[in-house]
Design a protein around this ligand. Structure first.
Ligand SMILES: Cc1ncc(COP(=O)(O)O)c(C=O)c1O
Length: 414
């Protein structure tokens, strides 16, 4: 099952739904989320006894979706007090919550400590010291991990790389070795694991293997120094793979490497994965209405009612989301560029793509927008953020209402 399949299956239903809720409108299909979770679990079950899938809430932190995901027993990866708050509301178990983040504020650390979550992955020795002193103030001991930068060469968009050299993320590999001699002097901090996150949409498994190879050296060293290391967290980055076989082919070399390289020596090591995109990316479409079709210097522009505030990925990363016309009736295929209503030249979703003849009022669907779509939406140009509907077992329900004009100023004090 994939985005395209559910789009054609539910085409009439979608057209009805948007009559009711208007556009722009995000529509999530929970069946796809379920399928992706089951596929991942099945592959992991075949390989590991002790693992945790910590869903990266940043991909889509809608409460309904998070609740749905937590109902499969997954954990959560959070990077702010807000995500932690939502994860707890969504029912993720505390001992399955991992707190990451490159620049955690003191109030976020305090909140995380007070919620008794599984671990906090630290990105510098200074952060370890800050956590220690906040925990001391609360009279607590704290479990931490170290996020190490494996400094890997990657083929993905520059903005999606986090595990490459000179990145702001993580601790340099050599510094991590030094830090191992310092952490055991801090009484209330217990080093329990290592973490890395290479980036998003990592096309092949090889970079994971190179990174795991590097980090396993640290794990062995840590054991030698007397630390009781409990986990290796390999972050997110798995691309959208719609069938089980594709996911298996991608993951198997990574999991096999972990088993041979690590688990043969460190039997009860818990393997943590933090997938976001691979779970929800393919599970939503964004529906938008065509306001105008205009000719500009022999080019046809479709101007729609969704903007980069609703879906920023094309403007931010130059990502192309496939586009389908749900209402077009013509057999004629034309060349179009597609732009939104925002006063920015980057508010463009596609250039020179082919679609059946499009007219004012037609409905377009952007595919594969379940990850980093609604969660990256904003109020730029004082636009109201869109509504979200879920389709579950052929029924639909509104899970987030469209913002109204009052919402735009509701936090302001004049
Ligand atoms: C630390 C961390 N973990 C997990 C993820 C999820 O990545 P993805 O959605 O590519 O699986 C991210 C994404 O930026 C991240 O920064």
């Amino acid at each position: 099952m994939n985005n395209m399949f559910v789009l054609s299956k539910h085409k009439d239903l979608l057209l009805n739904i948007l009559e009711k809720y208007g556009t722009p409108l995000y529509v999530y299909f929970t069946d796809i989320i379920k399928e992706r979770i089951m596929n991942l679990k099945e592959i992991l079950d075949q390989n590991f006894e002790n693992y945790l899938i910590a869903y990266a809430c940043k991909a889509c932190s809608l409460l309904y979706i998070c609740k749905y995901i937590s109902s499969f027993g997954l954990g959560a990866e959070v990077v702010s007090d807000g995500e932690l708050y939502i994860a707890l509301k969504a029912g993720f178990e505390r001992n399955k919550i991992v707190f990451d983040g490159v620049s955690k504020s003191d109030y976020e650390i305090k909140y995380a400590l007070s919620q008794d979550i599984y671990t906090i992955n630290c990105e510098s020795f200074d952060e370890v010291k800050v956590i220690s002193s906040i925990a001391e103030g609360l009279g607590m001991d704290v479990n931490i991990g170290l996020r190490v930068n494996p400094e890997i060469k990657l083929q993905t968009h520059n903005y999606l790389k986090t595990g490459t050299k000179y990145n702001k993320f993580g601790i340099d590999f050599n510094d991590a070795i030094m830090i191992l001699d310092l952490i055991n002097k801090i009484k209330n901090v217990k080093l329990k694991g290592f973490h890395f996150h290479l980036g998003s949409n990592i096309k092949s498994p090889e970079p994971f293997i190179v990174a795991i190879d590097k980090i396993s050296k640290l794990i062995h060293l840590a054991f030698k120094k007397g630390y009781k290391i409990e986990y290796l967290d390999i972050g997110g980055g798995i691309p959208i793979l719609s069938n089980k076989e594709g996911l298996h082919n991608y993951l198997f070399p990574i999991l096999e490497f972990i088993r041979k390289k690590l688990l043969s020596n460190v039997e009860d090591l818990r393997i943590i994965l933090e997938p976001g995109r691979s779970i929800v990316g393919d599970s939503a479409v964004l529906l938008t209405r065509v306001n105008y079709v205009k000719n500009v210097d022999k080019r046809k522009w479709i101007l729609i009612d969704a903007g980069m505030n609703d879906l920023i990925r094309p403007a931010l990363y130059g990502v192309f989301h496939p586009i389908e016309c749900l209402s077009c009736v013509s057999n004629r295929i034309e060349n179009y560029s597609i732009g939104g209503p925002i006063c920015e030249s980057s508010d463009v979703f596609a250039k020179d793509i082919k679609l059946p003849t499009v007219r004012r009022g037609d409905i377009l669907a952007f595919l594969r927008v379940g990850a980093y779509g609604i969660s990256m939406s904003s109020n730029y140009n004082s636009r109201r953020r869109p509504a979200v509907v879920v389709i579950e077992n052929n029924n639909f329900r509104l899970i987030k209402r469209r913002e109204n004009l009052e919402d735009l100023i509701s936090n302001e004090i004049v």
